[in-house]
Structure formats: structure tokens, C-alpha cells
Write a protein that binds this ligand. Structure first.
Ligand code: AVI
Length: 315
């Protein structure tokens, strides 16, 4: 794990346009800050998808073509706090659907917390948590011939480039059978006036979330980043539809990373790309799934037209 961290940080800081992989934003502190982000008034993303799960639960079940006679496995990639999923689980439970809920996550702690809260709130729902890498777990589940419905929510796809997203969806399809479903939640392209504040909130939580990456490198790789010498600067243009978060060096400076044994130079104004958050429309989703085994069967949109949950069917 640490070897990969070292390698990826070194590669990112050595490249002509510096980058740091966004997956490293999520250490313990980063996880806590992201929970705060999800509750921020400016961060509409979580609220918009929650509205779909709350207000259109029956619609979701119909769009997925679930019926009470056919057992299915409801598999969620990334455990999260389950707030949205619990709305669906409640409705499936009340409707006497036959299913197991299988959350997959790399974090055992996140899974344990989620399982406990579902057991408390929905004691009839069977939770079969699986810790590990998404694709390894899906591979192990492939042997069962039961219908599978995969949930990949929260516009997590948006943190991947379109090429990686396409490969990701292709790999999901390779681990499924014909007629299995992927319920994919994505943020839609919208104006700068709505997206920009979501990545630059007035309380500065997103700023802290981004800068925490440098803190993490300081602690885990014994680096000497001076946090006050970097600013959080997000950019988004509606014409392109991609929010990018940068850390920008406010002066010429050198940073040493002891665990790598190297020093890196930063010039004043130099940017480090730490995260992309892609926003979508039908055309982009269609081009992403073009070379995969999925087609769009249905889509559900929130009342503001901010967010879409696509029902993708495995052909
Ligand atoms: C997890 N992911 C979908 C969030 C997003 O909107 O890209 C992460 C995030 N970064 C800053 N704010 C939220």
C-alpha cells in the first residue's frame, strides 16, 4: 500500500503538469470532511440524488423491472452512510421483495457501521457485506445465476476520466450476466453559478478537504509541505462540464519528501491537479458506454434537473 502511495505521489509531482491522485483525499480526516461536504448548502449533489431516492422510490423499482417473485442481489459499490439506499431498502422491504443487500467497500469500518444502522432501522433486510476490491468481490459473486442490480451512486463515476470510466463500466459488465442492471447516479452539466460554489463553499470545508492531501503526505511520507503556501482553486466551465480542483503554489518553493528521498520544485502560480468531477448529459453517458455491454434502459431525474440516475441494462 505505502509503496503504491510513494510511487503515485512521485509520478504525479514529477510530471510536467503536476497531479496527485484523488483517491488519496480519503484518509480518516478526509472521510470526515467529505461527510461535512455532503451536508453543505452549496453541495447540491447529495441532496439531489437523495430527493430521487425519497420521492421516486416506486419509480426506481419499476425502472429496474423488479418483481416480488424473483430473488435478486442488490449490490452497492462503496458503502457510504446508506442514507439514500435505505430509502430504497425500506420500500423493497415493505413491498415484500426477495433480495439480499450486498454492500462492497474497501473499508471494513464503513461496512460495519452501515450494517449496524440497517440492522437497527430495517431489521428484516438481509445485509451481506463484502470487504475488498469491487472487481474481486464481483468476480466471486459471478458464479451465482441470480439477477444482480448494482448501485454506483453519488456521481463517483465523475472522479474518473471518461476513458477510465468506460473501462470501469466495461469491467462491471464482464462480471455480470445478461439482463443484470447497473443503477448509475451522475451529476448533470449545469451552470457555473451552481457548480462552482459546490466546490468552493463559504465555510471552507472543501478547501480543507483538498489541502488535507498535503497534510496526509506530510504525515505519511514525512514531507515538509507548508500548507499556508498553497491555495485551493477549483475551476469549472459549463461548456466543458468538468470541475477541476487544484492546489496552487503561492510562491517559488521547494518541498522535500523524506520517504521518497526527493525534493520537488514549485514555481509561483504552479497548479497541482487533485481531482476532477465530471458532469454529464445523455451524449457523454452514451459515448462512455458505447464500447461496453450496457445500454440505457431508463433514466430518473430530480425535480431541479440537477442529477440523473441511469438504469443501464447488461445486454
Ligand atoms: C465523491 N465525489 C463524487 C465528490 C465530487 O463531487 O466529485 C468528491 C468531492 N470533492 C469535492 N467535493 C466533493
Amino acid at each position: 500500500m505505502i509503496k503504491e502511495f510513494i510511487k503515485e505521489i512521485d509520478e504525479g509531482l514529477n510530471s510536467d503538469s503536476k497531479t496527485l491522485p484523488s483517491k488519496y483525499l480519503y484518509d480518516k480526516k478526509g472521510d470526515e470532511l467529505f461527510v461535512q461536504i455532503m451536508h453543505l448548502p452549496e453541495y447540491y449533489v447529495t441532496r439531489a440524488e437523495l430527493e430521487i431516492f425519497k420521492e421516486q422510490t416506486e419509480n426506481i423499482i419499476n425502472a429496474l423491472q423488479l418483481n416480488t417473485n424473483t430473488y435478486f442481489e442488490l449490490i452497492e459499490l462503496g458503502a457510504g452512510d446508506g442514507l439514500k439506499t435505505k430509502e430504497l431498502l425500506r420500500c423493497l422491504d415493505q413491498g415484500n421483495y426477495k433480495f439480499d443487500y450486498i454492500p462492497i467497500d474497501i473499508s471494513q469500518n464503513a461496512l460495519d457501521k452501515l450494517e449496524k444502522s440497517i440492522n437497527d432501522e430495517l431489521p428484516n433486510v438481509s445485509v451481506k457485506k463484502k470487504q475488498g476490491d469491487y472487481f474481486q468481490v464481483l468476480k466471486s459473486l459471478k458464479n451465482s445465476q441470480h439477477l444482480k442490480v448494482i448501485l454506483f451512486l453519488g456521481s463517483n463515476l465523475g472522479n474518473m476520466s471518461d476513458k477510465i470510466a468506460s473501462e470501469f463500466i466495461y469491467k462491471l459488465g464482464a462480471n455480470l450476466h445478461s439482463n443484470d442492471m447497473l443503477f448509475l447516479g451522475v451529476d448533470l452539466i449545469k451552470s457555473e453559478s451552481i457548480v462552482c460554489p459546490a466546490y468552493n463553499d463559504s465555510k471552507g470545508i472543501t478547501r480543507e478537504f483538498n489541502l488535507n492531501l498535503l497534510n496526509r503526505i506530510n504525515i505519511e511520507l514525512e514531507a515538509d509541505f507548508k500548507i499556508s503556501n498553497f491555495s485551493h482553486i477549483p475551476e469549472y466551465y459549463e461548456t466543458e462540464g468538468i470541475a477541476r480542483s487544484y492546489l496552487v503554489s503561492s510562491k517559488d518553493q521547494k518541498v522535500s519528501i523524506a520517504r521518497i528521498g526527493k525534493t520537488y520544485n514549485f514555481v509561483k502560480g504552479e497548479k497541482i491537479l487533485t481531482e476532477i468531477s465530471r458532469k454529464y448529459n445523455d451524449e457523454i453517458i452514451n459515448s462512455i458506454i458505447e464500447d461496453t455491454d450496457f445500454f440505457i434502459a431508463k433514466k430518473i431525474v430530480d425535480s431541479n434537473n440537477y442529477f440523473t440516475n441511469y438504469v443501464l441494462c447488461r445486454s
